[in-house]
Design a protein around this ligand. Structure first.
Ligand code: ADP
Ligand code: GLC
Length: 472
């Protein structure tokens, strides 16, 4: 049995801002089903009530250079175990990474403590064969293991795997952060975590781990090019032999119209009647007219950032009424996009509806009640919403990049290549024309719903990779 300790900054249902949480909420259980023993280490954010957790370690001291952090460890979970690092001065705050003022200025310390604590937990509480680190927040675990603990027998046989969920977020800090994260100048070199004069925590993960994965095969190729590499493509090309792509799965216990508890009516590929009830409910939710029942409603659920093609959606939105199409958007993110979308909703009442914020139930209602789902991303490591859309019979309109390209086929959704508003609008027009051929459309919905992206397929790939890494 392989023992794996994962380290990351969010996992559903405990803390979530995006798809990483979906992955860390579902992959551990899928691995457990396969017989692996999995634990996940997360910060105990203020939003996670202590009363629901079991305190298992009272005083775990974490040293970063001369600075000492007093932490304790809590636990929950059946099957896969979730450990929570409690350190109120660092994690007991309203946001995961920041507040209205921006990112917390001590994020490097917050996640250095988490990464360093992972090694203490591996030593004292749960000794794994593999440390599986996710994104920049966990990038220092392999760095500490290979530097501070290079000679420590506890860690000699342990292997590190680093998964890139998004190369666009690197954890960049000024050089002055170095002593605060317990490292000295020897790591601050191009072969280490130095990146154009700054400290790059993601690069730490890329350089010091035994193996790397990312969340789709297409993205594994793309990040080795200058267009998608965010300046790290050279580092990734140099590690190409240990880099593989493993597609994310969908947690169908959460995202399945047959059992979804958040939507107006359940439905399946064999009986689609509930989907009309969901559409009617969505129209009511947004105050859209009854006439929209017979017209295409396009849904968006996304972080409103340039990654997600928010600018393209905003640019094509005014052209949608001419197509007799409606648009519903749920998202939060960059202030400039939030303002732009709020203005669009005011300019096109009863046509374009926007809800700014984070709302899990509404995300489910949009997946179920829309006729199509838009994801014109500039880049997309995997993307989960398009996979959920398939299961809800809501054909996705996507740009052919990363995981979107790997999961959407001509017979399910609609793909375009060039990152431009014109290409997106042309693709939407093709999709709207297809929608008007009712019988073909219903067949398309059924094909979408029958696609299987369950976690057990991808979990097998991770499990095999873990075994290769430990040489068993
Ligand atoms: P990313 O991780 O890049 O944001 P994914 O498609 O992998 O993109 O995952 C996004 C996840 O976050 C999905 O589960 C989606 O439903 C959810 N999500 C994103 N924005 C919102 C929002 N405003 N309200 C509710 N859920 C959201
Ligand atoms: C990131 C990516 C997204 C991916 C998710 C989970 O947030 O942007 O494409 O699905 O991580 O791996």
């Amino acid at each position: 049995m392989t023992k794996i300790l994962m380290v990351g900054s969010e996992a559903a249902p405990f803390a979530k801002t995006g798809g990483l949480a979906d992955v860390l909420g579902a992959l551990p259980a899928a691995l457990h089903e396969l017989g692996d023993e999995v634990a996940v280490l997360l910060p105990r954010y203020g939003s996670i009530p202590l009363a629901e957790l079991e305190r298992i370690y009272d005083s775990l001291e974490i040293w970063l250079g001369p600075a000492r952090y007093e932490t304790s460890v809590y636990r929950t979970g059946r099957g896969a175990t979730y450990y929570f690092l409690d350190c109120p001065q660092l994690y007991d705050r309203p946001g995961l990474y920041g507040d209205a003022e921006g990112d917390y200025p001590d994020n490097h310390i917050r996640f250095a403590v988490l990464s360093r604590a992972a090694l203490e937990i591996a030593r004292r509480i749960f000794r794994p064969h593999i440390l599986h680190c996710h994104d920049w927040q966990a990038g220092l675990t392999p760095v500490y293991k290979k530097t501070l603990f290079a000679q420590d027998p506890t860690f000699l046989a342990m292997r590190t795997l680093f998964t890139i969920h998004n190369l666009g977020y690197q954890g960049l800090f000024p050089k002055q952060a170095l002593p605060q994260i317990g490292l000295d100048e020897t790591a601050f070199v191009p072969e280490g975590i130095e990146f154009f004069g700054r400290v790059n925590l993601l690069k730490g993960g890329l350089k010091y781990s035994d193996a790397l994965t990312t969340v789709s095969k297409a993205y594994a190729r793309e990040i080795q090019t200058s267009r998608y590499g965010f300046g790290l493509d050279g580092v990734l090309r140099a590690r190409a032999r240990v880099l593989t792509g493993i597609l994310n799965g969908a947690d169908y216990s959460e995202w399945n119209p047959e059992t979804d508890r958040w939507i107006a009516a359940n439905y399946s590929a064999d009986d689609l009647s509930g989907k009309r009830a969901c559409k009617r409910d969505l129209l009511a939710e947004f105050g859209l007219p009854e006439t929209a029942m017979e017209q295409p409603v396009l849904g968006v659920v996304a972080r409103l950032t340039s990654q997600k093609g928010a600018d393209l959606i905003a640019e094509v939105a005014p052209d949608l009424p001419a197509e007799d199409a409606y648009l519903v958007v749920l998202g939060s993110g960059d202030a400039k996009y939030e303002t732009q979308f709020a203005k669009l909703a005011l300019a096109f009442p009863g046509r374009i509806c926007v809800r700014l914020g984070y709302d899990n139930q509404l995300a489910h209602k949009i997946e179920a009640g829309s006729d199509m789902f838009l994801m014109p991303s500039q880049y997309e490591p995997c993307g989960l919403n398009q996979i959920y859309s398939l299961r809800y019979g809501t054909p996705p309109v996507v740009r052919a990049t990363g995981g979107l390209d790997d999961t959407i086929e001509e017979d399910t959704g609609f793909k375009f290549q060039e990152y431009s508003a014109k290409a997106l609008l042309d693709c939407i027009r093709t999709a709207v024309a297809a929608y008007r051929d009712r019988d073909c459309w219903v067949e398309r919905m059924r094909r979408c719903m029958r696609k299987d992206f369950s976690w057990n397929i991808s979990a097998k790939e991770y499990s095999a990779l873990y075994r290769r890494l430990i040489g068993s």
